[in-house]
Design a binder for this molecule. Structure first.
Ligand SMILES: [Zn+2]
Ligand SMILES: [Zn+2]
Ligand SMILES: [Zn+2]
Length: 339
């Protein structure tokens, strides 16, 4: 069973998960590009993954058989496992608990050769809808405090299977990065009685120079203090704390702006590897006033090195204003931009 151990100095939890060591990309031995025949995420190979949790099927086909357009399965090499109790306990001065959690894979398309950015809008909407469905289901489990959805695209971003997919991990603790955002946002709210994220949106619309693209409901911009070159944050313009509360009518625009951002990165930066993470509030209602969900998109263009590891400072070689202008001015096919 995986184990969670808490760093007693800064309070960060670490997952010790030896199961993960067995997966194909173990310590940098990258798997050769799989042909669709050998790919566990391709139709016909459903038995190579754990049983599906949900799937979108329009043709009445049976579970765990071909015919799906999107499929969610448990991760075969989970960082955390679903069965068991947390059993939090001290070990001398240290703190540990069992590595309980959910680790799921959202297989975004049956087509091995299409990345998320290449998919039709409806298919991207389905992916975003699956994020919501799984979050709604998992938040009912009282052991889970946080549900993180993320995507690793490309080898440099840590993807061990090339077939387009995202992942979800539900954790029994609030991750440190999220906790830091919560603390900062709460402080700002206590002082100003306004949401910091809403204020940032107002400022960015006013300044214009860091905006990459926007539509009626969403804005994508390069953060003022971006850590990485071409880092982009995507947010709803209206104040929405939990991702699952995003109105169904907004999903067209969300899928459209996400595709547009990915298309601009692909076009402008020669199809880079990237990560994105969906930051939403932890399970519960006490964050409602001051937290605002967003997606952080980070193309993998630089390596995090000694200075960053040692300090938490980042050295960003590209001014966010220049990055935003470059991406904004790219000629993008009209079909990518339309809703
Ligand atoms: Zn495949
Ligand atoms: Zn807000
Ligand atoms: Zn965030």
């Amino acid at each position: 069973m995986p184990e969670l151990r808490k760093d007693p100095i800064i309070g960060r939890w670490v997952i010790i998960s030896t199961e993960r060591g067995k997966r194909p990309s173990h310590f940098g031995q990258t798997e050769k590009t799989l042909s669709p025949k050998a790919c566990p995420f391709c139709p016909g190979n459903e038995s190579a993954t754990p049983r599906e949790i949900i799937a979108f099927r329009s043709d009445g086909s049976k579970a765990n058989e071909p015919g799906w357009s999107l499929r969610v399965v448990s991760n075969k090499y989970p960082a955390l496992i679903i069965e068991g109790n947390l059993d939090r306990e001290p070990m001398g001065i240290y703190d540990r608990m069992n590595g309980i959690g959910a680790h799921e894979v959202i297989i975004e398309t049956p087509d091995h050769d299409h990345d998320l950015v290449d998919l039709p809008l409806q298919q991207i909407k389905d992916v975003l809808w699956a994020y919501r469905e799984r979050s709604l289901d998992l938040q009912r489990d009282p052991r889970f405090k946080y549900i993180l959805i993320f995507k690793n695209q490309g080898e440099a971003a840590g993807a061990s299977v090339e077939h387009s997919h995202s992942q979800l991990i539900a954790t029994p603790i609030i991750p440190k990065r999220v906790a830091e955002e919560l603390v900062g946002a709460k402080k700002y709210f206590d002082y100003k009685e306004r949401c910091i994220f809403c204020d940032i949106i107002r400022q960015e619309i006013n300044d214009q120079e860091r905006i990459v693209c926007e539509n009626d409901s969403f804005i994508a911009y390069s953060p003022y203090a971006s850590r990485f070159p071409f880092e982009i944050w995507l947010m709803p313009k209206a104040h929405i704390c939990h991702y699952i509360e995003t109105d169904i009518d907004m999903h067209d625009e969300l899928a459209s702006i996400l595709r547009q951002i990915l298309a601009r990165l692909k076009e402008g930066l020669a199809n880079p590897s990237y990560n994105y993470i969906l930051h939403t509030a932890p399970v519960g209602s006490e964050y409602r006033d001051f937290y605002h969900w967003h997606i952080e998109i980070i193309p993998k263009l630089t390596k995090v090195a000694g200075f960053e590891w040692g300090t938490g400072f980042y050295i960003n070689p590209t001014r966010p204003e220049d990055a935003a202008k470059f991406l904004r001015d790219l000629p993008i096919p009209k079909k990518t931009v339309s809703v």
